[in-house]
Design a protein around this ligand. Structure first.
Ligand code: UDP
Length: 318
């Protein structure tokens, strides 16, 4: 089997490459290293079944060849992180829309399967906790650029389902919920590596808002196992799956836990959202996945708890 991973030098992409190589698959990773990092795949470069292509997925001639040569495309390349989305909305929208359009068009041409990485952001401000895949989405106004990420990923989902229904392209959509673990950087906003770095450096831990917003953090190895499992299950084709943990924690409690596990004396500082992200920022109060569907499809559930995940991330910054 030959897998093509777009965004293969990214945080999740590099872990996925490892998992597929472990299964004996050939892996081609394409990445323009805009947010991906060569350090993430340095250890894979000598592997005989691994190939890295340094290119943007919008370069269609290259993508045409890569798609024609693979069996399954894992489409993970995307503009990521709330901070980047706010700073560079054009790149977010164009990468997410145009990149996915190219992937799907080529998958149709060469009759290949596509696994699309989507996000819990598509639920927006919904309060129907836990979020079900068929639940309503609640979006903010277009003047708030944060929502462009959710909308662009939702368009990716629409397009993927349309290619499936109209042209029979086998697609599977996974909605990742706050995936964390080694190799994730805090550069684009992600809270756990950020707070872990601050704790290790003895700097104040920056908690945004009142810290009472909640998230469920899933270890990247569990998330990758879900993706691989789904891609090898025929019943998953044409379906959408939440991929996330159900262990809910407030960001303030998360900061306290990181501080104590890092043995840090840092203070915890509450920073108003306006100061962190600019005026008028809207955050989600709670974000919890309903994982009934993926459990029924492939028997998946997370196995790595938050404590272990935090220890692994903290260890990176020590
Ligand atoms: N957050 C925080 N301090 C930081 C970075 C993020 O308190 O330094 C908060 C952020 O406002 C959000 C939560 O942590 O409520 C998770 O943020 P992240 O960017 O990791 O993921 P999101 O859930 O927003 O996609």
């Amino acid at each position: 089997m030959r897998a093509l991973i777009t965004g293969g030098a990214g945080f999740i992409g590099s872990h996925l490459a490892e998992a597929l190589l472990d299964q004996g698959q050939h892996v081609i990773a394409i990445d323009d290293l805009s947010t991906g990092r060569i350090e993430n795949i340095d250890h894979l470069l000598p592997h005989p079944n691994f190939q890295f292509v340094y290119e943007n997925i919008r370069t269609e001639t290259v993508m045409d060849r890569l798609v024609s040569e693979c069996d399954t495309i894992y489409h993970l390349a995307a503009a990521i992180g709330v901070e980047l989305v706010i700073k560079d909305p054009v790149r977010t929208i164009e990468t997410n829309l145009i990149g996915t359009e190219i992937v799907l068009r080529l998958a149709r041409r060469y009759r290949k399967m596509v696994v699309i990485a989507s996000t819990s952001e598509v639920y927006g401000k919904s309060e129907a906790i836990p979020f079900r895949e068929d639940g309503d989405r609640v979006m903010g106004p277009t003047i708030k650029s944060r929502w462009s990420y959710a909308e662009s990923k939702a368009m990716d989902e629409f397009l993927a389902l349309a290619y499936h229904q109209q042209f029979g392209v086998p697609v599977i959509i996974g909605r990742f919920f706050n995936t964390v673990g080694p190799r994730q950087t805090g550069t684009y906003g992600m809270v756990i590596p950020r707070l872990a770095r601050q704790a290790a450096a003895g700097q104040p831990l920056t908690v945004y808002g009142d810290g009472q917003q909640t998230r469920c953090f899933c270890h990247v190895k569990d998330a990758v196992r879900a993706v691989v499992g789904l891609s090898q299950e025929a019943k998953a084709i044409g379906e959408i799956f939440n991929i996330g943990s159900s262990e809910e924690i407030t960001i303030l409690d998360l900061a306290k836990r990181i501080r104590s596990r890092a043995g840090s004396q840092s203070e915890i500082k509450l920073i108003p959202y306006d100061q962190a992200y600019g005026a008028g920022f809207e955050d989600m109060r709670r974000r919890v996945p309903d994982t009934t569907r993926i459990k029924a499809a492939i028997g998946w559930q997370p196995t790595i708890g938050l404590e272990q995940t935090l220890d692994e991330v903290i260890a990176q910054f020590k």
